[in-house]
Design a protein around this ligand. Structure first.
Ligand code: NAP
Length: 405
């Protein structure tokens, strides 16, 4: 006779999950493909809620609905998978599903980064599980690693290349001598960038991922508005030539780190030496580096976007629900840490056009100055809080790149 524990385990493993899917775009279709190509996962998509009923779909029409209640009110559906591109509608769907006791999987970094405190509270209240590995660096299993493996006080920093679109653009520029505009057009033509690429190019997307990782790495809830982000949209030929002259390439790097009880973070383009481990992370690949007291650097690399790469992370979350997996948010419950950027100083390159355009008084020190025609740059130390508040940062004639952390 099996023990009751054995019976429960057996039942959960053989339990056939019914999924209700919201969204059938890039990631929704990726999930459909990986689900149908993976043997042994006992889960079926029962209904798919989409926005535009007249679109051609590669799946029979009876799966589709435009009424969210067909999924949310269906008692047979155990798991809601939210893969839409509208953050407000996504929050409504996810919060309604959790309130109804359904487990939810999502990849919506924008929605999650902005609504984490409410989503955390809903999980505590309802006991329902909410998993979102696909929202951070797609195929890299970083959230579950931070939750499970790094459940200690020894983690000191989490940083990396969190955005595939900008990495495609920068790879094309530095590997194949594309101009910024050519590289952006390439990324759009090959499905790596949206027609409006600003969420990626201006650095919002990696910042949203950073905000999510801040909670799982260090136990702090940080609103995206509190974190400095600066993208690659102002990179010009001078910056590219400058990087090359220093034996470097450019990468967009998001970073958070802890010093004692204080956690800081930001997202900036960075000059990276050609031999640095990030230089070999190319195209749509992402990298996450963790630094901890005894193991030093550990770097995870994997595809950071795409239908199957993201669909695979979503599938892994669905699979984890079979074992009733949920994030424990232990670092938050054990926490004495807080987010504060006031002690952080950055070494940055500021390219500008004319005297007085950048406030020299914001800098603690300036180690290098260059001036030729209407191109100038300084390299110097600046407190992160001053950079965050600097009005000159909004001037499109100015570019900012981190020189070294
Ligand atoms: N693409 C990636 O590589 C990637 C990677 C990681 C995370 N993500 C995240 O995954 C999510 C989906 O991205 P995607 O690239 O798959 O987007 P997408 O290709 O633009 O597809 C969006 C889907 O959402 C549906 N939709 C939009 N509003 C809806 C609503 N109110 N109710 C029901 N369906 C709605 C659309 O319906 P119609 O088909 O009828 O228009 C479409 O099927 C986003 O949050 C994105 O940030 C994407």
């Amino acid at each position: 006779m099996p023990s009751s524990e054995h019976t429960l385990h057996f039942n959960l493993k053989n339990f056939h999950m019914k999924l209700g899917l919201f969204g059938f775009g890039c990631v929704g279709q990726g999930l459909w493909k990986v689900l149908h190509e993976t043997k042994g996962i006992r889960a079926d998509i029962k209904r798919i809620c989409i926005k535009h009923p007249d679109k051609q779909r590669p799946v029979p029409a009876h799966f589709f609905t435009t009424n969210p209640l067909d999924i949310l009110h269906d008692p047979e559906i155990d798991v809601v998978v939210e893969l839409i591109d509208d953050a407000d509608a996504a929050f409504e769907i996810v919060s309604e599903a959790l309130s109804r006791g359904k487990s939810v999987v999502s990849a919506n970094k924008k929605m999650i980064a902005h609504r984490l405190p409410e989503l955390y509270a809903l999980q505590q209240k309802t006991g329902a599980s909410f998993l979102y590995e696909g929202a951070c660096c797609a195929s890299i299993p970083i959230i579950r690693n931070l939750e499970e493996y790094y459940d200690n006080d020894l983690l000191t920093s989490v940083e990396g290349i969190f955005n595939g679109t900008t990495n495609v653009i920068l790879s094309k520029i530095f590997e194949e001598n594309f101009s910024f505009d050519q590289a952006l057009k390439f990324a759009q033509a090959h499905g790596f960038a949206e027609s409006d690429p600003s969420l990626d190019v201006d650095g919002f997307d990696p910042k949203f991922k950073l905000c999510i990782l801040l909670l799982h790495a260090f136990g702090v809830f940080v609103q995206p508005e509190s974190v400095l982000h600066f993208g690659i949209g102002r990179v010009n030929d001078f910056d590219i030539a400058f990087a090359r002259s220093r034996g470097s390439v450019l990468k967009l790097v998001a970073r958070c780190f802890r010093e004692n009880d204080q956690v800081s973070g930001y997202c900036l383009p960075r000059f990276v030496p050609e031999k640095h481990r990030y230089a070999s992370v190319q195209h749509e690949y992402n990298a996450v580096t963790l630094e901890s007291a005894f193991s030093e650097h550990q770097m995870f690399v994997g595809k950071g976007a795409g239908d199957k790469a993201t669909g695979c992370a979503v599938l892994s979350d669905i699979s984890a629900l079979r074992y009733q997996y949920r994030y424990e948010y232990r670092k938050f419950s054990q926490n004495g840490t807080f987010f504060d950027t006031s002690e952080t100083e950055l070494n940055i390159y500021v390219r500008h056009q004319w005297d007085g355009q950048v406030a020299e008084s914001d800098f603690t020190s300036i180690t290098e100055r260059y001036m030729s025609g209407n191109t100038r740059y300084w390299i110097g130390k600046i407190p992160l809080s001053k950079l965050q508040a600097a009005p000159w940062l909004n001037d499109p004639g100015i570019n900012v790149i981190e020189v070294s952390p």
